[in-house]
Design a binder for this molecule. Structure first.
Ligand code: ADP
Ligand code: MG
Ligand code: MG
Length: 915
């Protein structure tokens, strides 16, 4: 970094080559041209844009200037050199600060000190840390002491500056500096930095300067302009630091965005007991309550609050009392400034129309604003703040709908432990991420992933987690660590992923080699079930029953607003009465996919199912089907009753028959008894059913074409149940009978005859008709391409995007895990195509099928029923191609409703731009 003190300047090549790079703010100036929504973040970076924004609305912002992100881009384009013109621009910026403060940069009599701060468009770890108190040297420190009348303050500022500059700009090992400070404190028997006297600090500065000379080989820079250019160069240099590059790659931030540099007059929170520094949120970022929230420290500077050097005090009296803390809150200690601050909070919320996260400093009773940005918040707070702000009239209902991340809603729907369920508590850690989870204990990320891939619920247990564990954390239902606090890697990552997490359970000893953990005398081996409660920090042996969360009124309110703007209908994928009930509670408007084969696995029926499959002929099959008919009818009747009056898409039998085959000797014997044939005959039949590639084998409508009596029975069960329920409840369900895996028009034509005949027969027997539809799933590329043909017999298409993705990509979902990670890393697939729709490929087929289907039948009903029906990005695509509905699993219904509403809003905005 040695070269940063001698930056290269190149002469500009003409007037056109000297655009403006420096934008001033403060003291009534706001060059950034704040438009009322926080200036231009692209040009000034987030921090710079908001400093300019605060200045533009007359808030007390220490004057300063921003060197734009465009300079950063140019700096790298020109081989890390500055244009000559920048010198003059920066000089003007400094003059602006001098004019307002009445101080001069490098002036011994009344020295101006500045901070140099990086600021990209989005807050970005890896960028250079802030340097405070720049402009101090052996001469100006004396000046500062005289002007402030405080020797101790001046020398404390100087020693902080040398330490920060050495660390951040010169990149010297900071350990030696910290050690020197510790030694100085020990020598004095001092507990805190504030216990050191001016003389102690003077001696410490001398030590620091010696350390710089030793480690850097040059004396600490005394020229304030060298100091400034060194820091500016270091900010731009940090844009290409390894850490910044890694962060950009992980977060898809383009390298050409660049960072801005903010140079700003220092204000001092460390000038005695009428000075302070603090951080605050305009609302509670955890719960969302409309209460100021924050911490401050008297007689402290900059990051002392977050650095944990001293325990900060609460902002408000209520917060102090609630926490039972003694030290006065800011409201009590500095009532006047606190009053000003509260007014600023309100002004900022009105200006930015969002909850703000703020940094401020009080210098001898005068309040200064140093930063504001939209505050990060939990899912719960996001929901509450959005609804509250709309009700306060600060934002519209549509904006509230647009602001809540659908996947955050998912988090709120997490089940919690049933308070009545018995629990065997092993130990308690920190409640690091909400929700409860049970699963097999596993002790490394690889095992977590492997077990999860074969469908097991696992809890990943680690001493502490690191970035190498991410895939395991993703695969796990929950995470438990022995070490680490509420902001440990495990806690932060788990919250981000929406996984429950208990961290820092100190009583745990983990023996990863033996694959076991110990808590006191209890031992848990790999594979044993444990339960964690991320809300209380409890760790329990075995599985504990969970209950559905109570959803707050805000949730309901936001859903009502979402439904007002939503065009897409939202249905559910469900086949059990329990799932149907949950889905209706969450607002499902029908069933988009009821898979009938799940009903076949029931212990009471499986023998009849096997008998049907293994029958030698139609007669044998019919005997078994007659046994299944009443069972299926009862299933449908229950579902139709719950889904009263709503459309229910029921898919006829789809999977390859071998999935139902008996395996055990006993099972064969049972089927043989029921069918009245020999076990050997059955085994031979079973062997005949073997398929090399069952996914592409005798399944879907191919079953119905070869054994029409199966579909006939299912259709009969559906219509009998529908008529019965209509009769009994008065609310007639609308069955939509769906034929799977159709590839040609003829297949559907044949199956439609079977279904229609069953319907007519039932209606004649019962003397009552009901409305119903026959349609097909589109899950083969051929079906999508021949959609115009197929639509002659289909009243609806439902895009079965799980299979459609498999058949379009030629990738088996069950076998993709081995290469999918690499494919996503290499950018071959943007995302896992089974989670988020491959819009380019599969999406194009959907687009074609929708268009061609509509060309034959203008009112054809179109929906999607794959996993994608609950994925916000895929839902946006469904809106784009104007499907009628999406269908998602019950717990994803609220997120789907919200995502559908957001998709409608985006479409409406696009339309208003194009007209
Ligand atoms: P970060 O992005 O890490 O928050 P900042 O640039 O906001 O970095 O600065 C770090 C700390 O220094 C903050 O506490 C901030 O309030 C303080 N600080 C920055 N500039 C000044 C200044 N001009 N006067 C006083 N304190 C400052
Ligand atoms: Mg920082
Ligand atoms: Mg900051």
């Amino acid at each position: 970094m040695a070269d940063s003190l001698n930056p290269t300047f190149r002469s500009d090549t003409g007037p056109a080559a000297t655009p403006r790079y420096v934008y001033r703010f403060g003291g009534g100036v706001s060059d950034g041209g704040d438009t009322g929504h926080g200036g231009d973040k692209n040009l000034l970076g987030g921090k710079g844009a908001n400093l300019d924004g605060m200045a533009s609305i007359g808030l007390p912002v220490p004057p300063g200037f921003t060197i734009s992100t465009a300079m950063c881009t140019r700096y790298y384009e020109e081989g890390q050199a500055f244009p000559d013109s920048l010198r003059a621009e920066v000089a003007k910026g400094i003059a602006h600060i001098e004019g307002i403060t009445g101080k001069a940069f490098g002036d011994v009599a009344n020295p101006l000190l500045v901070s140099v701060r990086s600021g990209a468009r989005v807050s970005m770890p890896g960028m250079m840390d802030t340097v405070l108190n720049l402009g101090l040297n052996d001469a100006t420190v004396e000046g500062l002491a005289r002007v402030s009348g405080d020797q101790r303050f001046a020398w404390d500022s100087y020693r902080r500056f040398v330490q920060m500059y050495a660390d951040v700009v010169l990149e010297l090992d900071h350990g030696a500096f910290e050690e020197a400070l510790e030694i100085a404190k020990e020598d004095k028997g001092a507990q805190l930095d504030t216990d050191l006297s001016a003389d102690d600090l003077k001696a410490l500065v001398a030590t620091y300067k010696r350390l710089v000379q030793e480690e850097w080989g040059r004396p600490f820079p005394q020229d304030v302009h060298d100091q400034l250019w060194g820091a500016v160069g270091a900010v731009f240099g940090s844009w290409q630091s390894e850490r910044a590059k890694v962060y950009r790659r992980l977060n898809d931030i383009p390298a050409n965005w660049g960072t801005a540099v903010n140079v700003q007059a220092m204000v001092f929170g460390n000038m005695g007991d009428t000075s302070a520094t603090g951080v605050a949120f305009t609302r509670d970022p955890a719960k969302g309550d409309r209460a100021y929230y924050g911490e401050f420290l008297i007689n402290a500077q900059g990051e002392d609050v977050v650095a944990g050097i001293r325990t900060p005090q609460y902002l408000t009296k209520v917060a102090r009392e609630t926490a039972g803390a003694k030290a006065a809150s800011m409201e009590e200690a500095m009532p006047e400034v606190y009053g000003q601050l509260a007014k600023v909070f309100d002004l900022l919320e009105t200006h930015y129309r969002d909850m703000q996260d703020i940094e401020f400093t009080v210098e001898r009773g005068q309040l200064w604003m140093l930063q504001t940005r939209s505050g990060k918040r939990t899912a719960k707070a996001a929901l509450k703040i959005a609804v509250d702000m709309a009700e306060e009239g600060l934002i519209s209902q549509e904006e509230a709908v647009a602001r809540v991340d659908p996947s955050a809603l998912d988090q709120l729907l997490h089940p919690t432990l049933d308070p009545a369920a018995p629990r065997d508590v092993l130990t308690k850690g920190l409640p690091a991420s909400p929700g409860a989870a049970s699963g097999a204990a596993v002790f490394d990320a690889e095992t977590a992933q492997a077990w999860a891939e074969r469908g097991e619920a696992v809890i990943l247990v680690r001493v502490e987690t690191s970035p190498e564990d991410i895939h395991g954390m993703h695969a796990a239902r929950g995470i438990l660590t022995a070490r680490g606090g509420m902001t440990s890697h495990a806690a932060v990552v788990a919250r981000g992923m929406g996984r429950p997490c208990v961290s820092g359970a100190g009583a745990l000893t983990i023996d990863a080699r033996q694959r076991r953990m110990r808590i006191g005398t209890r031992e848990i081996d790999e594979g044993e079930t444990i339960t964690i409660d991320g809300a209380t920090g409890e760790v329990m042996a075995g599985e504990v029953a969970t209950v559905q969360p109570e959803l707050s009124g805000d949730f309901g309110t936001l859903m009502v607003w979402a439904d007002k703007v939503r065009r897409l209908r939202v249905r559910t994928n469900a086949e059990t009465p329990a799932d149907c009930r949950v889905a209706r509670d969450f607002g499902a408007e029908g069933i988009g996919l009821c898979r009938t084969e799940h009903m076949f696995f029931d212990a009471a029926r499986i023998t009849a199912v096997r008998q049907m499959i293994l029958a030698e002929d139609e007669r044998g099959r019919r005997v078994a089907l007659d046994r299944l008919l009443p069972e299926q009818r009862a299933d449908f009747a229950e579902i139709f009753t719950i889904m009263a009056g709503l459309p229910c898409t029921i898919r006829l039998l789809d999977p390859p028959l071998h999935e139902f085959l008996p395996h055990e000797e006993e099972e064969f014997a049972e089927v043989a008894r029921a069918a009245g044939v020999g076990v050997e005959t059955l085994k031979r039949r079973a062997a005949e059913l073997h398929e090399f590639n069952p996914m592409l084998g005798h399944r879907g409508c191919r079953l119905g074409v070869t054994y029409p009596e199966i579909y006939e029975m299912q259709a009969r069960a559906i219509f009998e149940a529908a008529v019965d329920v209509a009769e009994k409840t008065g609310a007639a369900p609308i069955p939509e009978v769906m034929v799977p895996l159709v590839g040609t028009r003829r297949e559907l034509e044949l199956m439609k005859v079977v279904i229609d005949q069953a319907a007519e027969a039932v209606f004649a027997e019962k003397g009552r008709r009901i409305d119903y539809l026959v349609g097909t799933m589109i899950e083969l590329p051929r079906a999508a391409l021949r959609a115009a043909d197929i639509a002659h017999d289909a009243a609806f298409f439902s895009f079965g995007t799980n299979d459609l993705t498999q058949t379009t990509l030629g990738v088996s979902r069950d076998d993709a895990a081995r290469f999918l990670g690499v494919y996503v890393d290499q950018g071959i697939y943007a995302k896992d195509p089974f989670v988020s729709l491959d819009v380019e490929g599969v999406g194009e087929l959907i687009r074609i099928a929708a268009e061609r289907g509509r060309s034959t039948r203008a009112d054809i009903k179109l929906g999607i029923c794959g996993e994608h029906g609950g994925d916000p990005a895929s839902i946006a695509f469904c809106e784009e191609v104007a499907l009628d509905y999406v269908s998602a699993s019950p717990y994803r219904i609220p997120a789907a409703r919200l995502a559908a509403a957001q998709a409608s809003l985006v479409r409406a905005a696009q339309r208003s731009i194009s007209t």
